[in-house]
Ligand binder design. Structure first.
Ligand code: AMP
Ligand code: MG
Length: 287
């Protein structure tokens, strides 16, 4: 089994260009059916590891999903995190900021959603929009957004070191043709028509601007503590396989352990499970 964590990580300090990455890559499988048992295995393993995270309450995990429209962010939430217990897993969507959010620094709306110890947080879009859409559409001047890469790195360092948060950031890499094919499917599927927005098509005109903005994001903010992964995402099932494997590998690396019991197990076993009725009754009298 190839190690997708190693294969798709953007090594801190390297300079990537997307033209060197194939969004069609799909490993050894040829179809969702073939890949499904493996995806299933990782999804189940993730569920066990999340249970451990929840029980231990020392670590937490933050998963950031970014990608252009129709890259599959919602699909990852639906297919990869199905095994997680809602008690310890929260998804936050980051849409256009409200006037109140815009009146604050760009991290203000993000900080309350980072994961508490013992939990998993998924960001469907994130603080990275503030160096993506904001940069591409000049929603803030360059002297403002250009400082944000360092500010983001500092912010992620804070939550990683102060709260034992592991951070994994996934860029879902699709081709321009695949995006159009997915939009076309939405047009024909009544269950997906609600997803279509004018801006989806208009944003295609900015494809190369987004490419450049994403390259900068990955080159400036992939760090040891919070690495980026470029996930080939033209095949939805491969995307799910790669992401689920990477999350499992990361969680296994977190070195988590069930907390020690707070009670004396041997005593409880002896007094409540093994004692005869006579012994129990004598004990009650003694109290
Ligand atoms: P969707 O994820 O398709 O529901 O769309 C959400 C929209 O909100 C996208 O067009 C994002 O680019 C936009 N968005 C998210 N964060 C920001 C931000 N900080 N500033 C401006 N637009 C944003
Ligand atoms: Mg959209």
């Amino acid at each position: 089994m190839p190690n997708y964590l190693k294969k798709f990580i953007v090594e801190p300090g390297t300079k990537i260009r997307f033209k060197h990455f194939d969004p069609d890559y799909h490993g050894k499988h040829e179809s969702r059916e073939q890949a499904l048992p493996e995806i299933q295995k990782y999804v189940e393993k993730m569920a066990q590891l999340q249970y451990l995270t929840y029980a231990e309450r020392k670590h937490s995990l933050l998963v950031v999903l970014q990608g252009l429209d129709a890259a599959g962010k919602d699909g990852v939430v639906r297919h990869v995190f199905t095994g997680m217990n809602p008690a310890g897993c929260v998804v936050s969507d980051f849409k256009q900021p409200t006037p109140e959010e815009l009146a604050h620094d760009f991290l203000w709306r993000v900080h309350p959603h980072v994961p508490a110890k013992g939990s998993v947080a998924i960001f469907n879009r994130s603080h990275y929009e503030d160096v993506l859409v904001v940069r591409v559409h000049e929603l803030a001047p360059e002297k403002v957004w250009s400082k944000r890469y360092d500010e983001i790195n500092e912010f992620e360092k804070l939550i990683a070191t102060q709260n034992q948060t592991s951070i994994l950031k996934f860029f879902l890499h699709i081709s321009k043709q695949e995006q159009l094919a997915r939009f076309a499917k939405r047009l024909d599927d009544p269950a997906r028509q609600w997803k279509i927005s004018d801006s989806d098509y208009k944003e295609r005109d900015y494809w190369s601007n987004y490419t450049e903005a994403f390259e900068d994001v990955l080159n400036k903010t992939s760090t040891e503590r919070a690495p980026w992964f470029i996930i080939p995402s033209n095949h939805k099932w491969f995307r799910d396989l790669a992401i689920s494997q990477i999350i499992v590998r990361q969680m296994e690396d977190m070195n988590m352990q069930f907390p020690k019991p707070t009670v004396n197990l041997a005593e409880i076993r002896r007094e409540y499970h093994q004692a005869t009725d006579q012994e129990k009754s004598d004990r009650r009298k003694k109290r």
